[in-house]
Design a protein around this ligand. Structure first.
Ligand SMILES: Cc1cc2nc3c(=O)[nH]c(=O)nc-3n(C[C@H](O)[C@H](O)[C@H](O)COP(=O)(O)OP(=O)(O)OC[C@H]3O[C@@H](n4cnc5c(N)ncnc54)[C@H](O)[C@@H]3O)c2cc1C
Length: 394
């Protein structure tokens, strides 16, 4: 097969980039591994979007992320319509700081909200007016709370990716559900080989392989990416509880805890097994940092390190004290960090481009990231709202 652009990785960023490239008139092929149904062979890759809920808040301490998310949220209603696939619930967000006197994060976020004109309501410690928006969520009285109204809300990441791919295909893109195991640049273009035996020629290639970007000979040189094993806990609730909590805001919570930090949580969501789960994730002192492909695959297959489940289960129950969870289960995922805290979107060679390093926050702004990558490949001017230097590979 011969195309103008090959996109390696049909995940959150790659699918968005493919849509923009196809809409721009390029002949696009997306070569994206399918979601595994069971762990198998040595070429196995995984995506960080195999889930039903991702937080989409505009507020952040870093104005770059605010802008990237705002631009994405503007696009999502049109994308839902064009694809005929709903993926967004605008339920608002509660940002809960650590216990006073450390209000620094809440105050920093309030400053950014002012500067970037994001609506918010601030409840200093002791003012529990936020409870009317909280559906029974509970925190120590000494916490400061910032409420961010809609359009903050929740993305279904699988459905968003499906929507991006569907519209890309409507514009002529081809989707190959295969795993790329080699990318070679030559004077005529780029040749890609897959583990299924397909060879594909393209004028240019975008590598958007998430946590697997440095593996499988995809890049001419490795990027400075750090991987972290991330565990989430799913608390199963009844359909009645799910209906009662359907409009509960998403949550970020700087919990004061010896083992846990940076909690994030969604309202109950329907999962493919037909059950409803509240999903909570966080950092854990025992989180592992796999480096090789084998270590990453081992993490997905068997886990590793200390078990965060007891601490996470306790924290979840303390946040939702009135909910009787039917079951509590954990799932493994992968976060891909960059040294500068912004995703890398850059040209590594004339024909080889990369968009990777979601820093655990790129579901919500994946549309913007894909659009920036597509624009870079098309030779569009880089938008002034986004500091170009922060996206450089080095
Ligand atoms: C537990 C968890 C919770 C998160 N919560 C949030 C949140 O609330 N809000 C938020 O904004 N972000 C969140 N994130 C981060 C967000 O999901 C990621 O930033 C985002 O998925 C990154 O997109 P990506 O396209 O870089 O990678 P991915 O979405 O992982 O996509 C990469 C794709 O490339 C494919 N691939 C890899 N290698 C190859 C290959 N060699 N050949 C073919 N295909 C390949 C993979 O199969 C995958 O489909 C969370 C992440 C995790 C793990």
């Amino acid at each position: 097969m011969n195309v103008d652009v090959a996109v390696v990785g049909g995940g959150m960023i790659g699918s968005a980039a493919a849509r923009y490239l196809a809409m721009g008139g390029a002949r696009v092929a997306i070569i994206g591994a399918p979601e595994p149904t069971k762990p198998h062979g040595p070429d196995q890759v995984y995506g960080s979007h195999y889930d039903q809920g991702r937080l989409a808040r505009r507020l952040s301490k870093d104005a770059l992320w605010v802008r990237m998310t705002t631009r994405s949220l503007d696009v999502y209603p049109r994308l839902e319509k064009a694809a005929g696939i709903p993926f967004y619930r605008a339920v608002g967000c509660l940002h809960v700081s650590g216990e006073a006197p450390d209000a620094s994060r809440a105050v920093e976020m309030r400053d950014v909200a002012e500067k970037e004109a994001i609506p918010y309501r601030f409840y200093p410690a002791g003012d529990d007016g936020w409870r009317e928006k909280a559906f029974g969520l509970n925190f120590p009285a000494a916490c400061h709370v910032l409420y961010e109204p809609a359009p903050a809300g929740m993305i279904n990441p699988r459905a968003l990716v499906q929507a991006q791919l569907r519209v890309a295909e409507q514009h002529g893109a081809t989707l190959l559900r295969e795993t790329v195991i080699d990318v070679t640049e030559n004077e005529r273009g780029v040749t890609l080989a897959t583990s299924q035996g397909t060879t594909l020629h393209a004028q240019r290639v975008l590598i958007a392989a998430g946590g697997f970007t440095n593996f499988h000979n995809l890049l001419p040189c490795p990027l400075p990416l750090t991987l972290k094993g991330e565990t989430v806990i799913l608390g199963e609730v009844t359909a009645e509880t799910a209906a009662a909590l359907a409009d509960m805001p998403i949550l970020t919570y700087q919990i004061d805890h010896p083992q846990l930090s940076g909690i994030y949580m969604t309202p109950p969501v329907l999962y493919p097994d037909g059950r409803f789960y509240v999903k909570m994730g966080c950092n854990f002192t025992g989180d592992i940092r796999p480096q090789t492909l084998a270590e990453v695959q081992q993490w997905f297959r068997r886990g590793g390190g200390e078990d965060p489940k007891p601490a996470m289960a306790q924290a979840l129950q303390a946040i939702l004290p009135d909910v009787a969870f039917i079951s509590l289960d954990t799932r493994r995922c992968l976060i891909c960090y960059t040294p500068g805290g912004a995703p890398i979107i850059d040209a590594l060679r004339t024909r080889v481009f990369v968009a990777a390093g979601g820093n655990g926050s790129s579901a919500k702004c994946s549309d913007t990231l894909g659009r920036l990558a597509a624009g870079l490949m098309q030779g569009d001017p880089w938008p002034a709202a986004f500091d170009r230097e922060r996206f450089r590979a080095c």
